[in-house]
Design a binder for this molecule. Structure first.
Ligand code: C5P
Length: 218
């Protein structure tokens, strides 16, 4: 059976809210509750551990742990608190519009022979350039084959445990956990995600998420 780790321990300063981002309301529910509700509705997931900032109430039906200083450290803390269970679904609380279908597709992809991790992702549609410190363009990347990656990210537990067993400075460089698998030589596959799986970083994203929820209900 699978287990799920929800990462909700970020401060979310770019949102400019009066409370931790996990508790900011979206459609009448705290942001973190959206991921909890999706994952708790899935019979394939037997346990949910949530990494939270200090002083935040643990969502009902989940195990709460104090998050770490950086994102992957929060993953390490949450995984250490989880009982046996494999694979491991990692979900950012900052992506409240995740869905049962997307988690299922990602869980299915990690079952393929030789796959260590399967990650939700979207093909890049903009042209991507690199610029130096003065803003002068130094390179235009070939966007064919480029993806922006998201959560859910699903891992074989042994591969994730090995990947997280690195010095703190390496952990601090990881903007996603799949990178830790890649640098250890593991095999990571992308799973196409719907365009509404947005990350709430600023007030604009929160407003967009509200609109998307209203559209889902319509
Ligand atoms: O910082 P970033 O935007 O990449 O955060 C993505 C997710 O990781 C958010 O849901 C945030 O709450 C979580 N996070 C965490 N612990 C940290 C930093 C971020 O759980 N130390």
């Amino acid at each position: 059976m699978a287990i799920a780790l929800i990462l909700a321990a970020g401060r979310g300063e770019r949102l400019g809210a009066d409370r931790p981002k996990a508790l900011v309301e979206l459609g009448g529910r705290p942001l973190v509750q959206w991921s909890v509700d999706v994952l708790a509705s899935m019979p394939a997931i037997e346990q949910i551990v949530v990494a939270l900032p200090a002083g935040v109430q643990v969502p009902t039906g989940t195990i709460g742990v104090l998050g770490g200083a950086v994102r992957s450290e929060s993953v390490r803390c949450a995984l250490a608190a989880a009982e046996a269970g494999d694979p491991v679904v990692v979900q950012d609380a900052a992506r409240p519009l995740t869905s049962v279908e997307l988690v299922q597709a990602t869980l299915a992809a990690v079952e393929h022979e030789g796959v260590d991790a399967a990650i939700a992702a979207t093909p890049v549609t903009d042209t991507v350039k690199r610029a130096d410190g003065e803003g002068v363009v130094t390179q235009t990347l070939d966007r064919a084959g480029l993806w922006t990656v998201q959560t859910p990210q699903v891992f074989r537990r042994a591969a994730l445990e090995r990947a997280l067993d690195v010095p703190d400075d390496v952990l601090a460089q990881a903007t996603d956990d799949a990178w830790l698998i890649e640098r250890a030589g593991g095999r990571v596959v992308v799973v196409p995600a719907p365009p509404d799986n947005l990350k709430v970083t600023t007030a604009l994203h929160l407003a967009l998420a509200e609109l998307l929820i209203a559209r889902r209900k319509a």
